[in-house]
Design a protein around this ligand. Structure first.
Ligand SMILES: Nc1ncnc2c1ncn2[C@@H]1O[C@H](COP(=O)(O)OP(=O)(O)OP(=O)(O)O)[C@@H](O)[C@H]1O
Length: 566
């Protein structure tokens, strides 16, 4: 009889992270053809932005997507960032959970998965190698290297196939990957829309995109300042768990519990540690390596009961309402725009975050569906557009819970309106590794509601003022039509000449109308001008459209296409 159950020698095995994600690529966000390609754009763009900003460089990104045949594409993505030193190139692109952002710092990347996920998808769908040119500084010298490699999934590392020096003039990375079973689309969840939204949240960036039909779109910079780099912040006592404390204790260089707690946590003074010692009876002079789990639990229990100052907020750098406004004006050319950046607050007791929001109305706001403009929601986390999994997201939940009718928006769906919401945090509580939706923590939902309700009130004022102005014009016309007739007829009846009445009429109509509308008579306020349109030849989305040859062709030898014949 065949043996039942587990054959431990035969069956017991372990997966490398790459093997795990090869089996579960949906966990990296790679589901569906359109979505998969958008996620690739997302990963490469966010990495370029993070790298550029860390180095104080205004991002200038060139993307080219060539269609080889239906659902088979070559993607070239080039940035002007600091580049990746040669020794790290294959780790970045072939090793899952490897990166430089595992600190308590606000950045778009958090997990060390993005780049290698793209290489994995490319390899899984085409079997083609990745090609990278990296130009980086070593001392005062700029070095360049050109590499061709594949991912060794079984061992979570890269296999180098070719390498040569590259004559570098400036720093940056250019990666070329091939994909099958993906699809380029102009739909809301497609790659083009992803770039459009990215530009609203990142007005300091420039992206040049050549689409598969050869159209070149230039999304120009609307702001010339590199965002201030957020500082790394220590975790707040209210935000740590017993397990976090155990990890700190294992990895600290401090020699006592006391110094470990004061140096690893924010808002933790020696006096507060003495209070904890008194409450728990734990000797705070012990060596951290000796910390037991029950001790860690007791300390965290104290944290929960104690009062601390809110976490420091210099680790959070919002886009800023002025910049959001610039981004929205640049891309949407709205009739009206209003933005807000709320004060930092915390969720889960100790993780700080900031909500920012913008509302654009009229112009190119909203999305065109069946030739009609509908309202649209643009969700962002740390400036990155969240394009998928809207249903479960805190932003959707908050916006759904608002009674828009109270703000005069009776048919919200059919209003030409774009609502922008961005959550800034060192720890955005994503619902999955795909990082497409934010967990609906009550504090986050509350903040989003407060921000958007404020914007809705501003819009209501604008719509009311517009309506009143129209009404004014209508009534003015009535006065202007009838008053001259009355004056002329009265003159006839009184057998006198017609007096000069135009100047008086102008004054009277203004006053009479104002009284009718219950307003104070004031000088008309001049509308604020903005130089939103800095593009030359624009298409329906308001972007420069050019035709011509690819500029990227010279960057990587064009032997990529040869691989298809292999
Ligand atoms: N274009 C680039 N220029 C310079 N460094 C880069 C670039 N792309 C990636 N890196 C480096 O490679 C590391 C790994 O990137 P990867 O996308 O895999 O993860 P991540 O950005 O850290 O996190 P996440 O998985 O959440 O996106 C980054 O942390 C960064 O240090």
């Amino acid at each position: 009889m065949a043996q039942q159950g587990i054959d431990w020698d035969e069956d017991f095995d372990r997966l490398t992270p790459s093997q795990f994600f090869r089996k579960n690529k949906q966990m990296l966000g790679f589901t569906g053809k359109i979505r998969s390609l958008t996620i690739v754009f997302h990963e490469l763009i966010t990495n370029s932005f993070d790298a550029c900003e860390e180095a104080g460089i205004l991002p200038d990104i060139d993307i080219e997507l060539k269609r080889v045949d239906k659902e088979h594409y070559i993607l070239r993505h080039k940035d002007n960032g600091p580049g990746i030193p040669e020794d790290y190139v294959m780790q970045v692109y072939c090793m899952m959970f490897a990166g430089s952002k595992f600190r308590n710092i606000q950045s778009r990347g958090q997990q060390g998965l993005g780049c290698s996920g793209c290489v994995l998808l490319s390899q899984m769908t085409t079997g083609k190698p990745a090609r990278v040119i990296s130009c980086y500084k070593e001392g005062d010298e700029i070095k360049g290297v050109k590499m061709k490699f594949q991912m060794d999934v079984e061992n979570n590392r890269g296999i180098l196939m070719e390498r040569e020096d590259y004559p570098a003039e400036s720093t940056g990375v250019c990666i070329e990957l091939q994909f099958k079973d993906v699809s380029y689309s102009l739909a809301e969840q497609g790659a083009f829309e992803y770039i459009r939204r990215t530009m609203i949240g990142n007005p300091h960036a420039k992206i040049t995109f050549r689409d598969p039909s050869g159209h070149k779109y230039i999304f120009k910079r609307a702001a010339d300042v590199v965002p201030v780099q957020p500082k790394e912040v220590l975790p707040h006592p209210k935000g740590v768990s017993a397990d976090d404390l155990m990890t700190m204790a294992k990895n600290t260089d401090s020699r006592r519990y006391k110094s470990m707690l004061t140096s690893s946590l924010s808002r933790m003074s020696a006096k507060r540690v003495d209070e904890i010692a008194e409450m728990t009876g734990i000797d705070m002079n012990k060596r951290p390596k000796a910390m037991t789990f029950p001790e860690a639990e007791a300390i965290v229990h104290c944290f929960k009961k104690m009062k601390f100052m809110a976490p420091p907020t210099d680790g959070l750098i919002p886009i800023g309402s002025e910049q959001i406004e610039k981004g929205m004006k640049q891309i949407l050319h709205p009739e009206f725009v209003t933005t807000i950046t709320r004060k930092p607050v915390t969720y889960a007791g100790g993780v700080s975050f900031i909500i920012e929001a913008g509302l654009a109305y009229g112009g190119n706001s909203g999305r065109v569906v069946n030739e009609k403009r509908k309202s649209e929601i643009m969700r962002f986390a740390n400036r990155v557009p969240l394009t998928f999994d809207a249903g479960s997201c805190a932003i959707t939940e908050a916006l759904k819970s608002i009674d828009w009718k109270r703000y005069g928006l009776k048919d919200m769906d059919n209003t030409p309106l774009t609502l922008f919401v961005n959550i800034i945090s060192t720890q955005v509580p994503y619902l999955s590794t795909g990082k497409q939706s934010v967990s609906p923590e009550p504090e986050i939902v509350h903040e989003i509601r407060q921000a958007t309700m404020k914007l809705a009130r501003q819009l209501q004022k604008h719509i009311r003022a517009k309506r009143a102005a129209k009404e004014k014009e209508k009534r003015s016309k009535v006065f202007e039509e009838y008053v001259p007739v009355i004056i002329e007829e009265a003159a006839k009846l009184g057998e006198t000449g017609v007096p000069e009445y135009q100047e008086v009429l102008a004054k009277v109509t203004k006053r009479a109308l104002a009284e009718l509308l219950g307003e104070k008579v004031e000088e008309e306020e001049e509308e604020e001008e903005y130089d939103a349109i800095i593009m030359e030849e624009v298409d329906e989305f308001g972007h420069v459209v050019e035709q011509g040859n690819s500029t990227l062709d010279n960057f990587i030898d064009d032997d990529a296409d040869d691989d298809f014949e292999e």
